[in-house]
Design a protein around this ligand. Structure first.
Ligand SMILES: C[S@@+](CC[C@H](N)C(=O)[O-])C[C@H]1O[C@@H](n2cnc3c(N)ncnc32)[C@H](O)[C@@H]1O
Length: 278
């Protein structure tokens, strides 16, 4: 089962997210993410790793001036097609967030990145680039797989009979060191792999600090009733969060040049299915 790239998943991902996001985004991750984002009216917003742009469109409808960037040219084509059909004034760019972006320094009030940092090999480079394009006091809000509980195939639910009840545990195999692994996605009757990069929580705190950010809030999205009823994992996610939302504010004294986080290395062999997203 070969590892694939996001570019090859563009059609599937565009259909999956549609205009409002799939069940996991719409009813689990986005409510917490959007509540941290708050009112975007009048703000300049960069949607980093925007996918098909469903959140870019939401920000634009709420009154923001939006730029959407994604490394996958085919997914940016899907985002542009949605924009052409129903124009909201969003500018989309196919660009790698871990390299210097074709965007001026200190221009954005908010960089929002939904479920993408753990897909980037050089997330530290991306965070430094976010610091460059943000205005002083600008905010960076990122949702990601929870480093403590969702590491793809290195984490799983375990069910255990305990007298008359069944206990559900979340089990992880490793945590402290960054590592890369293949992430399974159920696409129709196939399982397709992308590469994901685990880093411990302290890695994010250090890299954000060194790029000139102060962490303002951490949220662990709680499932809505619709998610609990709609996903077999709903009741388990009620107890153990699989996602994290980080809100960080760029301080005046950013020093975006040092590298301190450590790199995750190459993917290792898959040892079993993780928690494929419904
Ligand atoms: C799980 S998808 C999330 C997309 C979108 N934010 C959403 O919530 O639907 C991850 C996205 O990150 C993009 N991506 C991965 N590495 C990237 C990079 N280095 N620079 C920009 N985008 C990247 C992929 O192309 C993909 O569209």
């Amino acid at each position: 089962m070969p590892t694939t790239t996001w570019a090859r998943l563009a059609d599937w991902y565009d259909a999956k997210q549609g205009d409002d996001g799939d069940l996991w985004h719409r009813t689990l991750i986005d409510p917490a993410f959007l509540s941290v984002v708050g009112d975007v009216r009048g703000l300049r917003v960069l949607d980093l790793a925007c996918g098909n742009g469903y959140l870019s469109r939401r920000f634009a409808r709420a009154g923001a001036a939006v730029v959407g960037v994604d490394a996958s040219a085919p997914i940016i084509e899907r985002a542009k097609a949605r924009e052409a059909k129903d124009p909201l004034g969003i500018r989309y760019l196919a660009a790698d967030a871990t390299q210097r972006l074709p965007l001026a320094s200190r221009t954005f009030d908010l960089v929002a990145s939904n479920m993408a940092l753990m897909d980037m090999e050089d997330a530290e480079g991306a965070i430094q680039e976010v610091a460059r394009v943000l205005k002083p006091r600008g905010r960076f809000i990122a949702s990601l797989c929870h480093p403590c509980f969702d590491q793809g195939p290195s984490s799983t639910w375990v069910m255990e009979r305990f007298f008359r009840t069944t206990k559900v545990w979340r089990k992880i195999a490793r945590y402290r060191q960054p590592f890369a692994d293949e992430m399974p996605w159920g696409i129709e009757d196939r399982t397709v792999m992308t590469v994901g990069y685990h880093r411990p929580l302290s890695w994010y705190a250090r890299v954000l600090r060194d790029a000139g950010f102060l962490i303002r809030s951490l949220e662990e999205p709680e499932p809505t009733k619709e998610f609990i009823e709609g996903s077999p994992q709903g009741p388990y996610v009620t107890e153990i969060p699989l996602h994290l939302v980080i809100e960080a504010v760029k301080t005046a004294a950013s020093r975006p040049t040092t590298r301190s986080g450590g790199r995750p290395g190459r993917p290792t062999a898959v040892r079993g299915r993780g928690a494929p997203k419904a």
